[in-house]
Design a protein around this ligand. Structure first.
Ligand code: SF4
Length: 62
């Protein structure tokens, strides 16, 4: 949870769930997928392919 957000309509943010599946061409530059790939705690949520990293489809509740 973060008490510091720049989202003007929110006081705080929380990531309750991590993981997803690519569902459309709009997911091509998914920020969350790239971030998940960077963090060890989210290992297994993404996998590296010839086209770059993609979600594995696993979803975890934090
Ligand atoms: S989180 Fe990323 S992969 Fe999932 S629906 Fe949104 S853009 Fe697509």
């Amino acid at each position: 949870m973060s008490d510091n957000t720049k989202i003007e309509w929110a006081d705080a943010t929380v990531n309750a769930v991590n993981g997803c599946s690519v569902t459309s061409p709009g997911c091509t530059n998914c920020y969350a997928m790239k971030q998940a790939h960077r963090f060890d705690a989210r290992r297994g949520l993404t996998t590296k392919t010839n086209g770059g990293m993609v979600w594995t489809g696993e979803v975890r509740l934090n």
